[in-house]
Design a protein around this ligand. Structure first.
Ligand code: HEM
Length: 538
């Protein structure tokens, strides 16, 4: 009797699980598809269970096999068709807004800032969150940290974290940026010396810049002493493991196909968490000495002691935020610096302009935080590089409720409406918007930093057409840290070396979560005379 009841129970559980799976993977997406079609969204036809992933894969494969390697002298920044060939093709067929599917997950593709305004205007936080599908996929990197947190939890974390990135706190980090960058430059000096002459030597600058940015963010986040160095090594291992794996985002049960990788990422994640917890516990129990530290972790711990403890974060939350700073903060900044070095090598007139500006602002003497903020042209160059080569090539959201858009052309109350069903994801193609001639003019694909002389929007015809750091309440919290680090690193490089594009460099940007060079950035480095080589002081 008992056996029969147990068997019946198992059968019922199995039936429920099967029904849930069929509903989640098939019935619910099919209903969403019908609603999106009814609302007027067109797009490529998806198949079950992969959606449009096969077409994405085949377009990418066709593109890479037919890919030409332009001569180094010809560095075209007209990159959208090369990095997102499938979007370029669908855009030509369906326009700047359409629907495509990653597995059984629907995505509204958006390359029209006006549509973005109509979809999100006014109530971004209430209507749109971060996509569940990415939250699951990137759990080992961000945990429940700020990038992926939602609702009240996100608001509380943002309220605690944002002040840690204040100008005063960032100024205290200049010296650590300077120290690690000096180490990178010493490596480049050795490469030049090893070549046995002081003439130009080809160096893969991207590799050094990424390593430098990783070390800076680790030191700025949780310090590198007391076990921090081990966390740093393991975080780097996890980064390369996650970047190597080919994930079938949005495909039901796809993780089962990659059990080993999923397990390895989970195991590494546990080790990183344990090491970070040790650091946090040690800081919590340390005396006044720990208070003198200026890294983000110590600032968050100190914030918890103020306001009667209203801003306390648990150790678990702090672990996730440290990982979030590391994964959200170093590749992105490193790419901004790396693409800049390439652009400056390809546009010597701007290289000279920035060196002149450095000399004008600082003489040949020391440079302090106030002086860094006076590097106006360097700021234009940063903005222009983030426009042409946005390290975060897309921004995503997911509808938390049914979202109603009013018709663009009318303020009429009776105007027709479009509804985006709850659960639908939105994929904002930042690269497309940043290269759109309708938004930027006929020189949209050219490197012209002076377009930012008139203002931070660079003359873009729509407020939401320039989104290197995202938008709304969820705009990047670390953008001022990036601005500071970018200036320190670039100033030090420009003072030490003349840059030119090496003959072996092949310009082939591609997407691997971020917008990266396919095979490093090889530049010719020529040491500059010592007089232009003053060190940065603050
Ligand atoms: C060039 C450098 C960087 C770029 C291009 C960049 C880009 C972005 C983008 C596109 C977002 C998403 C915004 C949205 O969804 O609307 C974001 C969010 C975020 N970034 Fe950055 N980022 C950079 C540097 C950094 C640094 C240095 C840190 C930290 C140390 C950082 C930490 C974060 C965090 C914590 C969030 C989540 C904010 C929230 O959801 O409230 N980022 N970033």
């Amino acid at each position: 009797m008992e056996l029969a009841a147990a068997a019946l129970g198992t059968l019922v559980a199995l039936a429920l699980a099967t029904f849930y799976f069929v509903y989640a993977a098939w019935l619910s997406p099919a209903a969403t598809r019908r609603r999106l079609q009814k609302a007027g969204f067109s797009g490529p036809t998806p198949s079950f269970p992969l959606g449009n992933l096969p077409e994405i894969a085949s377009t990418l494969a066709a593109n890479s096999s037919s890919g030409t390697s332009p001569a180094p002298a010809v560095i075209s920044s007209d990159i959208h068709g090369a990095v997102f060939p499938y979007f370029a093709r669908w855009r030509a067929a369906f326009g700047k807004v359409f629907v495509y599917w990653l597995g059984t997950e629907p995505f509204v593709y958006v390359a029209d800032p006006e549509f973005l305004k109509r979809a999100t205007g006014g109530a971004v936080g209430r209507l749109w969150g971060k996509p569940d599908v990415f939250r699951r996929d990137r759990m080992p990197m961000f945990g429940r940290g700020l990038v992926m947190a939602e609702g009240d939890e996100w608001a509380r974390h943002r309220h605690i974290i944002a002040p840690a990135f204040s100008a005063t706190n960032l100024n205290d980090m200049i010296s650590l940026m300077e120290e690690t960058t000096a180490k990178m430059l010493r490596g480049w000096d050795h490469a030049v010396a090893a070549a046995g002459r002081s003439a130009a030597v080809a160096v893969d600058v991207e590799r050094g810049v990424v390593r430098n940015a990783a070390e800076i963010i680790a030191r700025a986040s949780f310090g590198i002493e007391e076990g921090g160095a081990r966390v740093f090594e393991k975080l780097q291992a996890m980064q390369s493991m996650l970047f190597r794996s080919n994930r079938l985002v949005g495909v039901p049960l796809a993780k089962l196909l990659q059990l080993r990788k999923t397990y390895e990422a989970w195991k590494l994640g546990r080790e990183i968490d344990a090491l970070l917890l040790d650091i946090i516990d040690a800081r919590r129990h340390a005396g006044g000495g720990a208070e003198k530290r200026k890294d983000l972790l110590s600032l968050l711990l100190a914030a918890g002691k103020k306001d009667g403890g209203k801003r306390v974060m648990t150790s678990r939350e702090l672990v996730d935020e440290c990982k979030t700073f590391f994964f959200g903060g170093h590749e992105t900044t490193a790419l901004a610096v790396s693409w800049t070095l390439l652009m400056l090598a390809a546009h010597p007139e701007w290289q000279h302009a920035l060196r002149d500006e450095l000399r004008e602002v600082t003489g040949d003497g020391p440079l302090d935080a106030a002086a860094l903020s006076k590097l106006t042209k360097m700021g234009w160059v940063l903005n222009e590089v983030l426009r042409l080569y946005p390290p975060s090539p897309n921004v995503q959201r997911q509808a938390l409720h049914d979202v109603t858009l009013t018709d663009a052309s009318s303020d009429d109350e009776g105007a027709p409406t479009t509804v985006i069903p709850k659960g639908t994801n939105m994929w904002i193609d930042v690269v497309a918007m940043h290269h759109d001639e309708e938004l930027w003019g006929s020189d949209a694909n050219e490197f012209r930093p002076e377009r930012f002389a008139a203002g931070a929007q660079g003359g873009c015809r729509h407020r939401l057409g320039y989104l290197p750091f995202g938008f709304g309440g969820r705009i990047c919290v670390g953008r001022n840290l990036t601005g500071m680090e970018y200036r320190v690193v670039l100033a030090m490089v420009l003072r030490r070396f003349e840059l030119a594009v090496a003959p072996e460099y092949r310009h082939a940007p591609r997407i691997m979560l971020s917008l990266r060079p396919s095979d490093g950035i090889q530049l010719l480095l020529t040491p500059l005379a010592a007089s232009t080589n003053a060190s940065i002081k603050h």
